[in-house]
Design a protein. Structure first.
Length: 82
């Protein structure tokens, strides 16, 4: 998997739980639109995932809840090969 796809997976995985928008934009690759697409789903389904668990924990959570994801977040995952 190339680094661009991994970066977008991290985005889709929802590291949007970081404390501030400024910190988020510095820490997360991907467009603000992509970040915003999965933020509600991450907050809804992945509250048990903590940033120190790593970005793939968020991805696993979103994948486990795939059937319940918003269309916007699902589109981000699909567009990034997930």
């Amino acid at each position: 998997m190339d680094s661009k796809i991994i970066g977008k997976i991290l985005l889709a995985a929802g590291l949007t739980t970081l404390a501030s928008t400024a910190t988020l934009s510095q820490a997360m690759p991907g467009s603000p639109k992509e970040q915003a697409a999965c933020r509600p789903d991450t907050r809804r389904f992945c509250t048990h995932v903590k940033p120190e668990m790593g970005p793939f924990a968020y991805l696993a959570c979103l994948q486990a809840n795939r059937a319940k994801l918003s269309k916007a977040c699902l589109n981000v995952l699909v567009s990034n090969g997930q």
